[in-house]
Ligand binder design. Structure first.
Ligand SMILES: *[C@@H]1O[C@H](CO)[C@@H](O)[C@H](O)[C@H]1NC(C)=O
Ligand SMILES: *[C@@H]1O[C@H](CO)[C@@H](O)[C@H](O)[C@H]1NC(C)=O
Ligand SMILES: *[C@@H]1O[C@H](CO)[C@@H](O)[C@H](O)[C@H]1NC(C)=O
Length: 261
């Protein structure tokens, strides 16, 4: 399996305890309301450990990627020690359906909305949802457990500050699948192995359904997980792990499944 994680989140967190601390926000019953975005074209670096342009070399590939190594609040992390907060509010979003395109970025699939498609309000600031992409396996771990996949919903405010909402997926619950991955699977299948190719999404894709409103979340301040590894990114990781089938997880792999050069 391709290693898509850039650094060992657990090791990093252990060497720097402050980083391991995420805030868990729990809403037991919350009826009220409720992830290229500045990153380089993906072909410019590799996710594979040991590659000449792999994760441990990212900081040397371009001048402004130095943070990938020297950064002090780099994502992903292992979420272990958490502080429960009652002060943080439920996620407030006004996502809506809109025209979208799925692209094979080489290492992953990205869903990009051609117009703005709603906002997330966080600490009184509004962030527009720009794109969503998937990692398989997950980048974040919880108490050392890596999940089958992770969805990143990437948002940006008017000053280009970013915030990411993340949903973890597990195929452990046999027979349960994900509606959103089901809706997108035909596009993933068409684009597998076709780097840079795009497919227009037919029919509305409504991200408002993708965030489980009953779920709490972990909150911490980290970075983009790919170059330029920019810091100051607020992460919101839903504590409720979503179900997906093994086939759906497999469909998230953008590279050719049979043979790879
Ligand atoms: C998403 O699509 C819009 C419109 O086609 C384009 O301007 C933008 O660069 C795309 N965003 C990303 C992250 O590729
Ligand atoms: C991780 O495990 C410890 C010890 O069992 C527990 O206190 C902590 O809440 C767990 N963290 C998460 C995020 O589940
Ligand atoms: C895809 O785009 C990247 C970045 O622009 C480029 O380096 C790469 O060669 C392209 N790959 C293909 C197969 O066209």
């Amino acid at each position: 399996m391709v290693a898509r994680r850039r650094n060992d989140g657990a090791a990093r967190a252990a060497s720097s305890p402050a980083l391991a601390l995420a805030v868990l926000v729990v809403f037991a019953f919350c009826a009220r309301s409720a992830s290229a975005v500045g990153s380089a074209p993906h072909a410019a670096f590799s996710y594979k450990e040991g590659d000449p342009d792999g994760p441990e070399k990212w900081s040397t590939l371009q001048k402004d990627w130095a943070l990938c190594d020297s950064g002090t609040e780099q994502s992903p992390i292992d979420i272990a020690e958490v502080v429960v907060s009652k002060d943080l509010a439920p996620l407030e979003q006004t996502y809506r359906a809109g025209a979208a395109v799925v692209q094979n970025r080489g290492h992953d699939f990205m869903l990009n909305w051609t117009e703005g498609n709603g906002k997330l309000t966080l600490n009184g600031k509004e962030y527009t949802l720009l794109q969503v992409h998937w990692h398989a396996p997950s980048e974040h771990t919880v108490n050392g457990t890596r999940f089958d996949a992770e969805m990143h919903m990437v948002h940006e405010d008017s000053t280009k500050e970013k915030t990411v909402v993340s949903v973890l997926f597990s195929s452990k619950a046999a027979g349960k699948d994900s509606k959103l991955l089901d809706d997108l699977r035909p596009y993933f299948e068409k684009l597998t192995g076709k780097q840079n190719a795009t497919e227009e999404v037919k029919g509305p894709i409504d991200p408002a359904d993708w965030i489980d409103k009953a779920s709490g979340y972990y909150r911490y301040e980290g970075s983009l997980t790919t170059p330029p590894c920019t810091e100051g990114v607020i992460w919101t990781i839903l504590s409720k792990v979503a179900d997906a089938s093994a086939e759906q997880i497999d469909s998230l792999k953008s590279e050719n499944k049979v043979h790879r050069r």
